[in-house]
Design a protein around this ligand. Sequence first.
Ligand code: GLA
Length: 391
Amino acid sequence: MKEILCANFNKLFGSTEGAGFYFSPGRVNLIGEHTDYNGGHVFPCALTLGTYAVAKKRADRNLRLYSMNFDHLGIITASLDDLTYKPEYDWANYPLGVIWALQKKGYRADCGFDLVIYGNIPNGSGLSSSASLEVLTGIIMKDLYGFKDVTMIDLALTGQYSENNFNGCNCGIMDQFAVAMGKKDHAIFLDTSTLQYEYAPVELDDAKIIITNSKVKHSLVDSQYNRRRQECSDALRALQTELDIHSLGDLDIDVFEKFKEVIKDPVEQKRAKHAVYENQRTIEAVTALKTGNITHFGELMNQSHISLRDDYEVSCKEIDILVDLAWSVPGVIGSRITGGGFGGCTVSIVKNEAIITFINTIGPAYKEKVGHEAEFYTAEIGNGAQKLEIL
Ligand code: GLA
């Protein structure tokens, strides 16, 4: 990876001597979906798939950004003195948003930089290629400009801030947190209301995590994502007329059931139900994993899918086909949609001896029903964003 990035950097920007080489992962969420902006728990892990970069300071205030994934867009040029969202910046709005957000927090770069990136996270797959790029930009800035007191959690929050305020998606903190704080072979049990977290080893003995890409691209900005967030906050406001709570994550199931009728809008009531039940499922799932009860973990994943499909309504036909097919394969412990929804990927826990059958059953059946192929990846859980080398 390094060689090809360096060759591109050389060709476009000149010598890589003194440049930094960086990596930032994608993430997959095991359970706890659409809970992060509701003050609930999430349980994601960083992947070994991710975004690589070579970056080097420039003498002037220009930023020259090039992605090998979007070669047809060429070098995108901006200036530190004019950081605004522009449609023609395309993918580069993510790094530019982070530079802008750091500036707003008082972390000002004294010169620009040249950047070449390459990512192997399938784009629009719900595996957080955008959060990967945001945190990548954060670690590059921290390193190049010596922002020593900026922590990895600060970088996660900065990525979220820029995505909310520069790119226009009101996402929660899960993706950036997982990308910044990931730990090899562990998932992160994060309470999004306090940012307290705990690493839990993902020990599945004789099973693996399989990610299946529906190849239906999701775009959270265009999707109903922001609308779901609004529906939840309206539901919360209704509940607050009776209850002293700060978020839906403050509610357990019994209290929710007792007071749910104060949410008059039936759609909002369903959204809130998902947020409350999914949060409790996530807490239960982590206990199940810690006590080695993978079967129960899988059952909770299945329930999570049903809730996301029926109550939260963020699944789609293609994803439901993948999940239904997965549930029909013996040796599948659990399967559900993962990420923001409206396309993207499913995550399944599959016994080792069933993996080939899983792929051979789902692959052709999906193609026949949907008309295009799905893609399968065995998830490897890796570390968070980091500098790999000085060149
Ligand atoms: C997207 C958002 C996250 C989270 C998930 C759903 O990935 O970026 O903050 O809300 O959707 O769990």
